[in-house]
Design a protein around this ligand. Structure first.
Ligand code: SF4
Length: 519
């Protein structure tokens, strides 16, 4: 029997499963505790009346199992104990099959895994919306329904129905988060962000949680400590209520998989608000702070009080003590660029819809490519850089999530008044991309699949799973996906998705661009 079994992310060992230790650094005992937690979450869903405290336990438990979020067995055990207590209070027992989710008929295991991993991804979005005071009854209810359904018997059609339902509910969840973010911080506006790090004390903030960033900006105001975003936090520079802080100075480094190299010897603390956390090197381990569901053994963790407030004073004090760089440091993007653009959110693009539609009608914009998704460590991810480089000059690249760091510092010119690369935000801003696509389809009186628009996605972890399900549930076809296919798609399930939705595994940029042009 293997020491662990996990195949939920793109970097899983040998493209099959991590069975000894995680490629991500997750140890077998942590993986096993995550399995125990997952079984308890299912058991709670089985007996829950739908009380919000149960939903919150399920959401935060699922989020703890997302790739690169929580490596701390004690932290996971603590949450498991709380879920178990709630389940026992409701008179529930562990349902049969809750601890053997990955055993049995290969196609059923594949469908069950897709549902579980999609729920894990959606939990992240529901968590972020909740900390901003927003929740949605449909989303809450599906966490109970979906988790309970994992141990029930279903036909293949019923499983597919559950996956499409998850896709629809996740769309509602991303819409909720869009409302939460734009209500709290305003609609994003285009912003040029520097990669230069000024001399003096600073803090690097990574992950997706804008609420944590806002609290840190408020507490560090006037201290002389500058704040730099990292990875998925880059789009924060677009939000008016965040960019108004003068000490939010720029962006540090590139995407998550480069952190061990980029943070090596860093003279500043780093706050991890969500994934992706990698095992820290000794040269900066004493500067790593985690918060919320993120945890790593022996790293400092900042909790919240009853009202959700967090005290970042230790982080600020350490930034001052470390002092930062003595002279400015010019960091660069993967392609040597010194600045990047962000802030082309849903509303910023829709505000310019007339100009865009006129450009399409006049033939100066021939095609839109949404090149988005996660970044990762595998060499095949250069595909996305090469793809963007090879797109014709009369096309626009919409992008979102951290995969954009492969190409967001490239200067590939403009189309009319716009840069050709438009960064729409974090992964959850896939909702905004859908809104833009729907608006364009309405303007051109056609379906989304009839637009000159192709989605070219890169996946890594479970949020990409729920986003893919959302796109499929909308009937969006001809999506290109890579760099490799999920190990948890059985051949039959993959064939079904290919048949139903014309899903394409990526090949080479030249071949895929030619196929898109010919379609
Ligand atoms: Fe392996 Fe990914 Fe699971 Fe980590 S999260 S153990 S890398 S499959």
């Amino acid at each position: 029997m293997s020491e662990m079994f996990c195949y939920q992310c793109e970097q899983t060992a040998k493209g099959v499963a991590c069975t000894v230790a995680g490629v991500c650094g997750k140890k077998a005992d942590v993986a096993k505790e995550q399995d125990v937690l997952t079984a308890e979450l299912i058991a709670l869903a089985k007996v829950s009346s739908g009380a919000l405290k149960d939903v919150d336990l399920i959401v935060d438990g699922l989020f703890r199992t997302v790739t690169n979020v929580n490596f701390d067995k004690a932290s996971i055990e603590d949450h498991t104990a709380r879920v178990r207590a709630a389940r026992e209070l409701a008179g529930g027992t562990l349902p049969e099959g809750a601890d053997t989710l990955f055993e049995g008929n290969g196609d059923i295991v594949s469908l069950r895994s897709t549902l579980l991993f999609g729920l894990r991804g959606m939990a992240a979005y529901a968590h972020h919306a909740r900390v901003l005071g927003m929740r949605d009854a449909q989303v809450d209810a599906f966490f109970i329904k979906g988790m309970a359904a994992l141990v029930d018997e279903h036909s293949v059609d019923e499983w597919l129905g559950l996956l499409m339902e998850l896709g629809q509910v996740n769309l509602a969840c991303m819409a909720l988060l869009d409302t939460a973010n734009t209500t709290a911080y305003g609609d994003p506006l285009p912003a040029e962000v520097t990669h230069e790090i000024e001399a003096g004390p600073f803090i690097v903030v990574t992950g997706h949680d804008l609420h944590d960033l806002k609290m840190l900006l408020e507490q560090s105001k006037g201290t002389g400590v500058n704040i730099y975003t990292h990875c998925e936090m880059l789009p924060a520079h677009g939000y008016p209520e965040l960019r108004k802080y003068d000490h939010l100075r720029g962006n540090f480094g590139t995407a998550w998989q480069n952190q061990q190299k980029e943070f090596d010897g860093l003279p500043a603390p780093i706050l991890f608000t969500t994934n992706c956390l990698m095992p820290p090197r000794a040269s900066y381990a004493d500067r790593v702070y985690t918060t919320s569901v993120v945890a790593y053994p022996e790293m400092a963790h900042i909790g919240a009080d009853e009202a959700g407030a967090k005290d970042f004073s230790a982080l600020i004090a350490q930034a001052i003590a470390l002092g930062g760089y003595s002279t400015p440091v010019q960091m660069k993007g993967i392609n040597e660029g010194t600045t990047v653009m962000t802030g082309f959110g849903r509303q910023a693009i829709l505000d310019n819809a007339g100009t865009i539609i006129d450009a399409v009608k006049a033939g100066s914009i021939k095609h839109f490519y949404l090149v988005g998704g996660c970044d990762g460590a595998k060499p095949g991810r250069n595909y996305y850089t090469d793809f963007v480089r090879q797109t014709p000059s009369d096309t626009v690249i919409l992008t979102l999530a951290c995969g954009k760091f492969r190409f967001n510092d490239l200067d590939i010119g403009t189309v009319g008044p716009f840069p050709r690369i438009l960064d729409m935000g974090q992964c959850n801003d896939a909702y905004g991309a859908v809104q833009v696509a729907v608006a364009l389809a309405e303007a051109f009186e056609c379906g989304v699949n009839d637009l000159p628009l192709t989605l070219v996605l890169s996946w890594y972890e479970q949020k990409a799973v729920c986003i893919l399900l959302s796109l499929l549930s909308l009937g969006i076809k001809n999506i290109y996906i890579g760099p490799s296919l999920p190990a948890f798609f059985s051949e039959t399930v993959l064939n079904v998705l290919v048949d139903m939705f014309d899903l394409h595994p990526i090949t080479t940029p030249a071949a895929d661009l030619a196929a898109i042009a010919a379609s």
